[in-house]
Design a protein around this ligand. Structure first.
Ligand code: SAT
Ligand code: MN
Length: 591
């Protein structure tokens, strides 16, 4: 009789490399206890109960929001902190002008001083995780060491966390090391350091989102973009959405927008009533890893398995799928609370807040009830339009790449690049108004190439060069587009209704990829002509549509001048092909 394979019961015995690193970190941080997380349901329940008992998690109304909790972060710790986020490469030039840089030895010294003894009286959690489907050749693993049980619960929702990830690490022998402590939450002692050459991250002093859930922006974008360049793929700040037409054909789009510009809404879009038979499938809402496939197309996986989405504005009209997704088993961070123990946020359109996000009696004079960057953390599987292809090990083939930003003027509703390299120039020139997702002033236009300004783990000049090379090697590259849902009229009102109606723009994009939609050639690229965009049933004035699709040559000449000045910051390393493309673009607008 065959004997059952032996189960190794102690996780720490699985991988000698991980165990050695954990021991080294424990010597530095001196925790009271070390817990290896297996990702089980019983482990999750125990952690949750501990946090409820400590009053760090507030259980919400069990009838209307079963399994949901509210977490209030420290009021000074509510967003990513770009000014103290560093890329620590041996050569400063490798990090580029787009990153803050510190020499690795100095950064290690600084961080180790902060970490020394910081876990006294605390528990050190070892969180093995896998970014991407556990059996995907494109997935990559990491281990986060953290002293925050809130981070553990979030990582369990956002990644494939626990024993299976550790088993893969044991087989592969490599993993990204992420060391995290909330420290004292002192903004003056808060740093997020990346060491791409060592595949490691050190984060101290914040418990919030992208600063603390190290699998997300730190690993899946900053470290992964560095690895991707070496290995011939792309790690991007993109949602992945599948659009199925009434004939049952699905086209996948990868769309890059800055934080808090509607990626989650677009990924879960509900088509307007006139789109009977069309379906939208979410593969991912924030990050895409793109690999050239053997058939000459580009394939995408979503490295995450949950959503960390912006809460304010979510309601059954704006995003019914998200609204339904977050009705159970969700962690709400920094929303307001009603008298019925229900979460509340601006734009909910029901109920009223009793306590604001800081737990104070709500007083409109003190600002919004929910923090503008309040978030939900939830498993992607609860999304009614979760794509069955989201777990496909090879990913989904991408028909179109779409760049976008939040711009009240200039950029039209949609336009198409002439070629891949022209598309790379469009991506490199993306500008957007800043949002509450990062600390600092909100509403200031800044360059945010490919929506990767805060996330590219290396010099943008090398990054654009890599983009150009990846496209050149593809036999059937995706078409590249740019959209802007945020154009405003002179009265400050949005010209385009957005949300579900964005389907009309996506349809033009897909039809362009299939050669079925018309366009007019303009100096900035191909735009839909007056009748090419489906506006059937949409109460939009012809003059508004014309404004949305106008190309103001003088304004574009000025814009390209600014793009040129921005690209010049990258000096000699800027790829010649991109310079040539900009020269062409300028010439077409008469510059
Ligand atoms: O805080 S996160 O970086 O996870 C969210 C975002 O800014 O996109
Ligand atoms: Mn994001």
């Amino acid at each position: 009789m065959a004997t059952a394979p032996q189960r190794i019961t102690h996780l720490e015995n699985l991988s000698r490399e991980v165990a050695a690193w954990v021991a080294e970190v424990a010597r530095l941080t001196v925790p009271d206890a070390v817990v290896w997380c297996d990702g089980s349901e019983s482990e999750r329940r125990a952690l949750q109960a501990r946090l409820v008992e400590a009053r760090e998690l507030i259980p919400l109304n069990a009838a209307s929001y079963p399994g949901c909790h509210l977490y209030r972060s420290d009021p000074n710790d509510v967003a990513r902190v770009e000014h103290v986020t560093f890329v620590c490469t041996r050569e400063r030039e490798d990090a580029g002008p787009n990153n803050h840089w510190m020499a690795p030895a100095e950064a290690h010294r600084k961080m180790d001083d902060l970490f020394r003894g910081c876990m006294r009286g605390r528990t050190l959690y070892v969180v093995p995780y896998c970014m991407g489907p556990i059996d995907s050749p494109y997935a990559r693993c990491g281990v986060e060491i953290t002293d925050s049980p809130y981070v553990v619960l979030n990582m369990r929702l956002m990644t494939r966390m626990g024993r299976e990830a550790l088993e893969r690490i044991a087989r592969e022998g490599t993993f990204v090391k992420g060391l995290h402590s909330t420290g004292e939450l002192d903004p003056a002692r808060r740093f997020i350091m990346h060491f791409p050459e060592e595949l490691s991250i050190k984060s101290f002093g914040s418990g919030y989102g992208g600063n603390a859930l190290l699998g997300k922006k730190c690993h899946a974008l900053r470290i992964a973009s560095w690895q991707a360049r070496r290995e011939g793929w792309l790690a991007e700040h993109m949602l992945i959405v599948g659009i199925e037409n009434p004939r049952g054909e699905t086209h996948y789009l990868a769309c890059a927008f800055p934080s808090a510009c509607g990626k989650t809404n677009l990924a879960m879009l509900i088509p307007p009533a006139s789109y009977a038979g069309w379906k939208v499938w979410t593969v991912g809402d924030d990050i895409a890893w793109l690999h050239p496939g053997s058939d000459g197309r580009l394939y995408a996986i979503n490295p995450e398995k949950g959503y960390f989405g912006v809460v304010p504005g979510t309601n059954p009209q704006t995003n019914r799928n998200a609204f339904e997704t977050i009705r159970r088993d969700t962690i709400f961070t920094n929303v307001a609370l009603t008298a019925e123990d229900e979460p509340w946020w601006e734009g909910l359109q029901a109920g009223e807040p009793l306590f604001d996000w800081q737990g104070r009696p709500f007083d409109p004079k003190k600002g919004p009830a929910a923090h503008p960057n309040s978030r939900f953390t939830v498993s992607a599987e609860q999304n009614p339009c979760y794509s069955p292809a989201a777990d496909a090990p090879q990913g989904v083939p991408i028909s179109a790449i779409v760049f976008g930003g939040r711009r009240r003027s200039l950029a039209p509703l949609v336009y198409q690049a002439r070629s891949w390299t022209h598309g790379v120039l469009i991506g490199a020139g993306v500008a957007s108004e800043t949002t509450a997702a990062a600390t600092g002033e909100v509403g200031v236009v800044r360059r945010d190439p490919m929506a990767m300004k805060p996330f590219a783990g290396y010099n943008f000049a090398d990054y654009w060069d890599h983009w150009i090379k990846v496209g050149a090697a593809l036999e059937r590259p995706p078409q590249i587009f740019h959209v802007n849902w945020f154009r405003q009229g002179d009265d400050g009102k949005f010209l385009w209704p957005g949300f579900g109606e964005n389907m009309r723009v996506l349809r033009w994009i897909i039809d362009r990829c299939g050669g079925a939609a018309g366009a007019v050639d303009t100096p900035i690229g191909h735009l839909p002509g007056p009748t090419d965009l489906d506006t059937h049933g949409l109460p939009i004035h012809g003059s508004t549509l014309a404004e949305l699709l106008e190309v103001d040559r003088d304004a574009w000449r000025a814009e390209f001048g600014q793009v040129g000045a921005y690209l010049d910051e990258f000096g000699e390393r800027l790829p010649q092909a991109l310079k040539r493309e900009l020269g062409e673009a300028l010439r077409r607008v008469g510059g």
